[in-house]
Design a protein around this ligand. Structure first.
Ligand code: ATP
Length: 479
């Protein structure tokens, strides 16, 4: 893993953004807990997404469906049969890998070594293998022919490639048999599809309209060693947009634009975002593209935009025996709507924001680590410090803090030197620090220090909330 990635992981733990789950027992792999700063960041991102998708579109409604669903849902969706990843074991190290990932890393290595032709040849074989009827065999043959070695052991000592279903299973009720087997949902989308009619009718919506949801999803991932990039329990923010058949590609392009714009609106540096076209379209999709971010571990998917045709609603119609079609009054036509989906990982968005915000800078000969979050997602918007713990300064600072808390998340800190307190707030990504000092006692003004420019201005203490709100609204991203 990269140096920068390690630094971000360690800052997350040190400052209370993210902890390993059940750490006192040695942790549970690929499960994480959000700490006091992390949960604020996460809530802010959820809020941004919800506002953008639900509040700014009068034809998008929200839902919050349950995680446990009727098991037939997952037969209809195709997950029971085909939600598999091809896995392979290194017999020397005992480590398990995704076979397609191993090949992709091999291709990247060839490219880095300047062997572009070889890289293109293997890439061609990978695309073919992913479409092959016997995909595991085809992937296995590439690994054999290319003599790809175990990344951890360096050995060439592989098992066959096998398919591995990623759904977690459990049972409802006290009897643990096949009849009572259910799954933890591997995506939030199906909770939307099965509620298509409920929402359309109660929301009095006409096609085109959308349904949005934020919620947990569970996948028993084979490889899960990249912090919150790939977790076994994670959160998705998904929106399914139902359209007339034939209009899906136009809507697909429209949603692509909107979604890319949203990522930029979070302050993410545009040069770190790009489009990635799928190598292999799912059999039901007629277009699919991912938004990728350049993480410290390389370019990786943050969000997928998929045109899913009428696959999902048709399958639910078939498996439930209930009509999933829509009657369009204007044209007097009945049809099963097509769907354009936008699906973004909340945790991956958090990792993107952490990666994008992290900077090391020199200030007055000292190094500082600063998280340059967009103020609207920053966990704490402002911190208030008394210069010293006497002469009435703490009381004034507390009053200001109380006032700020009515507007946004603010905190009070009186311990350590002012320099230390600034550093703490820099690491938390707090955009504004307010100091009460001797002059405050004389003329009622305080200093406001800007996290990014380090500029300090003096303003009357009564104006702090409005000043900070104005600054946050006008904030511009920094390269
Ligand atoms: P990948 O190829 O990385 O496994 P995917 O194509 O299976 O992802 P989707 O099924 O399209 O992902 O899910 C939509 C989004 O959910 C992804 O873009 C990602 O942000 C998020 N996501 C998927 N799996 C995980 C995971 N295991 N941990 C965290 N986020 C995830």
């Amino acid at each position: 893993m990269s140096d920068l990635f390690d630094k971000i992981v360690s800052l997350c733990k040190r400052r209370g953004f993210i902890f390993q789950s059940s750490e006192i027992y040695g942790g549970l792999s690929a499960a994480y807990d959000y700490g006091p700063l992390g949960v604020e960041l996460k809530r802010n991102v959820q809020e941004e997404w919800w506002q953008e998708m639900v509040y700014r579109h009068d034809n998008i409604e929200g839902v919050d469906a349950s995680i446990l669903m009727h098991p037939k849902t997952w037969e209809a969706s195709g997950h029971v049969e085909a939600f598999n990843d091809p896995m392979i074991d290194d017999k020397t190290s005992g480590h398990r890998y995704r076979a397609d990932d191993l090949i992709e890393h091999h291709i990247a290595r060839l490219r880095n070594k300047g062997k572009a032709e070889d890289a293109a040849r293997v890439q061609g074989r990978l695309v073919e293998a992913l479409h092959a009827e016997d995909m595991p065999r085809a992937l296995y043959e590439i690994i054999m022919d290319e003599e790809i070695r175990g990344p951890d052991s360096g050995a060439f000592d592989w098992t066959e490639v096998r398919q591995f279903n990623l759904m977690f299973e459990t049972y409802v009720g006290p009897i643990q048999d096949e009849d009572n087997k259910i799954y933890l949902r591997p995506e939030t989308a199906q909770g939307i599809f099965v509620n298509f009619h409920n929402v359309q009718q109660t929301g009095r919506q006409k096609v085109p309209f959308g349904i949005a949801q934020i919620g947990k999803a569970f996948r028993n991932e084979i490889v899960a060693r990249q912090f919150i990039f790939r977790m076994r329990e994670f959160e998705q923010m998904e929106m399914q947009y139902f359209v007339r058949p034939g209009e899906q590609l136009e809507e697909f392009d429209r949603w692509r634009e909107k979604r890319m714009q949203w990522h930029k609106s979070l302050g993410v540096r545009p040069g770190k975002l790009r489009w990635h076209e799928h190598e292999k379209l799912s059999h039901y999709a007629d277009a699919a593209q991912d938004i990728q971010y350049e993480f410290p571990i390389g370019w990786q998917e943050v969000e997928g935009i998929h045109s899913r045709t009428d696959y999902d609603l048709s399958r639910h119609q078939e498996y439930s025996g209930k009509k999933m079609s829509y009657f369009e009054h204007a044209t007097r036509e009945r049809y099963v709507p097509y769907v354009v989906e936008t699906s973004v990982g909340l945790d991956r968005t958090i990792l993107m924001l952490l990666s994008d915000a992290y900077r090391e800078e020199e200030v007055g000969g000292d190094e500082r680590v600063v998280m340059k979050f967009h103020p609207k997602v920053a966990p704490i918007k402002a911190a208030v410090f008394p210069l010293v713990k006497k002469e009435g300064m703490p009381e004034i600072a507390r009053d200001i803090e109380q006032d700020l808390r009515r507007h946004f998340n603010a905190m009070y800190d009186e311990s350590g030197s002012i320099g230390k307190r600034y550093r703490r707030m820099d690491e938390a990504g707090t955009p504004y620090c307010i100091t009460v000092d001797g002059d405050t006692l004389d003329d009622g003004t305080v200093t406001v220090r800007d996290r990014d420019t380090l500029e300090q201005v003096r303003i009357p203490k009564e104006n702090v909330a409005r000043f900070v709100e104005d600054k946050m609204r006008d904030w511009q991203p920094i390269e």
